[in-house]
Design a protein around this ligand. Structure first.
Ligand SMILES: Cc1cc2nc3c(=O)[nH]c(=O)nc-3n(C[C@H](O)[C@H](O)[C@H](O)COP(=O)(O)OP(=O)(O)OC[C@H]3O[C@@H](n4cnc5c(N)ncnc54)[C@H](O)[C@@H]3O)c2cc1C
Length: 477
């Protein structure tokens, strides 16, 4: 009666409904099934390798060896079933279209063969089909979240069984090192370990540290990249190392114990709500990663300029806040939300580059690359999502820098060639020629000249948006 439990983007033991269910039935065979059709970007895959090491250890501590296999799931799974003699297969649900369809086909095929095949709630607070208005998906966040808070109580995280039984017959495992997710020549990824501890214990440690030390100032501090008031849980969530149900439950408990924390907890849960909303959009609008959700944007006059893309991606636009963000991303695999918005807005509105180009770069370089959050956010910034920023709200990168990095700590950290500039000059150094000269800084030599004049770019963007006569809603930036 061995139960095969599949792990995909849910690399944890705590609140893993399929694992908990399998363990209650009897012997368990945990399998990490890597389907190449589901690979994400390079940074995500690197983290995945680290996270697998941690999961292997965590399961081994319970006496359960993790079997790793790579290939098309419809081919690998029958082999594993045969080699292990398993009669039951369990997994947590996934909500992106291709993965969902693959899992559904798997389920019907297994059932036709007389196997027990069952799926369980995945890594969301609620299943995306449960929250609708008049049978239609929500398209705007505010009513979505209002209805969520009124009508949904996320399930309690499932409890761990007392006893674990390993499967008597163990198929051979592949070595994930052979899948080459850790770059060698050059090894650009190892330095990331200075910033992160991939794996379930690292996720819980970061979460506890956030609850104890940063949550209190989250609501006010979360917009200031230099303050480090955000949780930085996103790579852990993207790899399923901690479940949103666990975050929900623990955050609520903390607010109950300390009522003064309630506003901060509500704000944090609302951000988890944005994650939920993005997945809701991806589930109901599977074209989200490729097609603008507002049809009129299909005719938007994007500029296909690879040189500008290169300058943006490398942090060499001449706008210190944009460049700081893009360099943070390159060096740490993470980018603060406020700076994601500034850098993304610069790409789509100042440079008029297709949002899909920016999304592709983020996909490859973000440790938290997530098909729902990434594409929904890019569509939101570009103005072509269902709940998008109005087109006339074009971020001025210098004003954003002055407002959200007033002391310049963030810009100085990532753009050290300008570190000597006074706070007032840092966001737009080209406007302070005398200061530059007195400090011996020459734009074009020590730091790029702006690749575009923001005022000109703004007019160009407005003209382009007007040509497709977009009607927009409002959004609280
Ligand atoms: C252009 C762009 C691209 C993005 N791409 C991704 C991506 O690939 N993966 C990703 O996880 N997030 C993405 N985001 C959303 C957001 O920037 C990150 O989730 C957040 O910065 C992660 O940092 P944190 O964990 O410290 O967030 P916290 O502020 O601590 O929030 C806690 C959690 O809530 C969720 N969350 C917070 N803000 C958002 C948001 N605006 N949208 C959706 N979920 C949110 C995340 O899961 C996050 O880990 C993107 C945002 C923009 C503007």
């Amino acid at each position: 009666m061995t139960s095969l439990v599949l792990f995909r983007h849910d690399l944890r033991i705590d609140d893993h409904p399929a694992l908990a269910h399998g363990a209650k039935q009897g012997p368990v065979l945990p399998v990490f099934l890597s389907d190449p059709r589901e690979d994400r970007g390079a940074a995500y895959q690197w983290w995945l390798r680290q996270s697998l090491r941690s999961l292997t250890q965590g399961l081994a501590d319970l006496g359960l060896p993790l079997i790793c296999r790579r290939g098309h799931s419809e081919e690998i799974l029958p082999q594993l079933i045969q080699e292990s003699g398993a009669t039951q297969v369990y997994w947590n649900r996934r909500y992106a279209q291709a993965e969902r369809e693959r899992d559904q086909q798997l389920k019907s095929r297994l059932r036709q063969q007389g196997m027990v095949a069952e799926s369980f709630p995945g890594d969301l607070l609620t299943e995306p089909w449960t929250l609708l208005r008049e049978n239609q998906p929500f398209k705007v966040f505010t009513p979505f979240w209002k209805k969520f808070l009124q009508s949904i109580e996320p399930a309690q995280p499932c409890s761990l069984p007392q006893h674990w039984l390993a499967a008597p017959r163990l198929p051979a495992s592949e070595n994930p090192d052979d899948w080459h997710w850790e770059p060698r020549n050059p090894d650009w990824a190892s330095p990331l370990l200075a910033y992160w501890q991939p794996g379930e214990p690292g996720a819980h440690q970061r979460w506890r540290e956030f609850l104890d030390h940063r949550l209190r100032d989250y609501a006010k501090g979360r917009d200031f990249p230099a303050l480090e008031k955000v949780s930085r849980l996103s790579p852990h969530l993207a790899h399923g190392e901690i479940s949103p149900r666990r975050l929900w439950q623990m955050a609520r408990e903390r607010a109950a114990a300390e009522p003064g924390l309630r506003p901060a907890v509500d704000k944090f849960l609302q951000e988890l709500g944005w994650r939920e909303f993005s997945w809701h959009l991806l589930y109901h609008f599977p074209q989200l990663p490729t097609e603008p959700l507002r049809a009129e944007f299909r005719h938007f006059p994007w500029q296909e300029d690879r040189t500008s893309l290169q300058a943006w991606a490398r942090g060499r636009t001449g706008y210190p806040m944009v460049d700081a963000g893009m360099r943070e991303l390159w060096q740490t695999g993470y980018l603060h939300n406020r700076v994601r918005m500034i850098a993304a807005s610069f790409l789509v509105k100042d440079l008029l580059l297709p949002w899909q180009w920016g999304a592709a770069w983020f996909w490859d370089t973000l440790l938290d690359a997530d098909p729902a959050n990434n594409n929904a956010s890019w569509q939101w910034v570009a103005g072509c999502g269902t709940d998008a920023a109005p087109y006339f709200r074009i971020f001025n990168p210098s004003l954003q820098a002055a407002k959200f990095d007033p002391e310049g700590h963030y810009q100085r950290r990532w753009v050290p060639e300008l570190a000597a500039l006074p706070n007032s000059a840092l966001p737009s150094p080209w406007a302070y020629p005398e200061t530059l000269e007195s400090l011996g800084i020459q734009l074009g030599r020590d730091y790029p000249l702006p690749i575009i004049d923001h005022a000109v770019a703004r007019e160009r963007a407005l003209a382009a948006f007007q040509r497709i006569s977009v009607r927009t809603g409002d959004h609280n930036l």
